[in-house]
Design a protein around this ligand. Structure first.
Ligand code: URA
Length: 177
């Protein structure tokens, strides 16, 4: 895997950065979960999904019996966007070589939410139309399986989205680990 240097200036997100947020969990896992972007807690701690979204993800993982340490977790971009806005296309593109190096050779990639699904699958339609479908994406010239699903924050007030995300996590456990 390649990672940005601590003084990376490949896009404007560097301006607000406290820490780069690099992948965590089992770095050799066959499964990678890709979120949107670091939030405030992630920026302060330098680790993905350690704030509210992480608490929600941890809760669902515990409910389906999936140990968070068995998967790798990362984001489309490694630096926090201002005011927690979604990362822009040029920012995701600048960070893409690092993400590609994290995804190559895995059994399955899980796209958590619209930004990851846009970046990796090029899809910008409604999530409901693609959630939990098995797709093939090309990463650096190699095909990898890809499953789009809801972002943890999108499940807060939506039972249907919550059930779909838990279905994804169950699929990870039963079919890919
Ligand atoms: N924290 C992350 O690391 N990624 C997200 O998408 C949301 C919160």
């Amino acid at each position: 895997m390649i990672e940005p240097g601590k003084d990376c200036r490949l896009c404007g997100l560097c301006e607000g950065r406290t820490n780069l947020v690099l992948p965590s969990g089992d770095l050799d896992s066959p499964v990678v979960l890709v979120g949107e972007a670091p939030g405030e807690n992630e920026d302060l701690q330098g680790k993905p999904f350690v704030g509210r979204a992480g608490d929600i993800l941890n809760k669902y993982m515990a409910e389906v019996g999936l140990d968070r340490g068995r998967v790798m977790i990362t984001n489309t971009v490694k630096c926090r966007p201002p005011d927690n806005r979604a990362p822009e296309e040029d920012e995701m593109a600048a960070c893409r070589p690092f993400l590609n190096s994290e995804l190559k050779g895995r059994k399955v990639i899980i796209g958590l939410g619209k930004s990851a699904v846009k970046d990796l699958m090029g899809y910008t339609g409604p999530m409901a139309a693609v959630v939990n479908t098995k797709q093939r994406i090309v990463v650096d010239g190699e095909e990898v399986e890809f499953i789009p699903t809801y972002h943890p924050m999108a499940t807060v007030y939506r039972k249907e989205a919550r059930e779909q995300l838990k279905t994804t996590l169950r699929t990870v456990l039963e079919e890919y680990l």
